[in-house]
Ligand binder design. Sequence first.
Ligand SMILES: [Zn+2]
Length: 169
Amino acid sequence: MSLPAQIDPYKLALQGILLEGQIAVNDLPRLSSSVMAVSGPLKASIQFELDESRQRIARGKASVCVDVVCQRCLDAVNIELKADFALQLIYSEDQIANVAANYEPWVVVDRMADLNSVIEDEVLLVLPIVNYHRAEDCTGDTFVEKVAAKGEEAVVDSPFNVLKQLKQQ
Ligand SMILES: [Zn+2]
């Protein structure tokens, strides 16, 4: 089941609602543009609640598998991104100072909030900058070949080379 895209998080927190479901790949545009491919829907569960000091909290987990570039062999490597988060709802950025250290602020100015976007942010935060296959799965020896191949392409495509070809004609 899909998670609702637009929610009223304050109301959900007062009611203590648990939302569980999926976000389709199409609804994760920033994640899609940050990796080679998103290989399946994102799964998430979010518990909305009031904590002991009656702050409105969204506590959840999200996971999604993505293909990223292995920096050793430059082929795709499939990794699972897992995010755990605890967000405190606030009405404006002025209140950020009041957010307890164990929460991240979630600024919701109007009543309604875009749940997909918030969860996408959390998953982007755990996306590693560099990725590798496990050593036994990596054809790291192709690294040198591929770099060489890329280098040749670069020479062919360079404007100087095109200029040189024009002069020779
Ligand atoms: Zn590799």
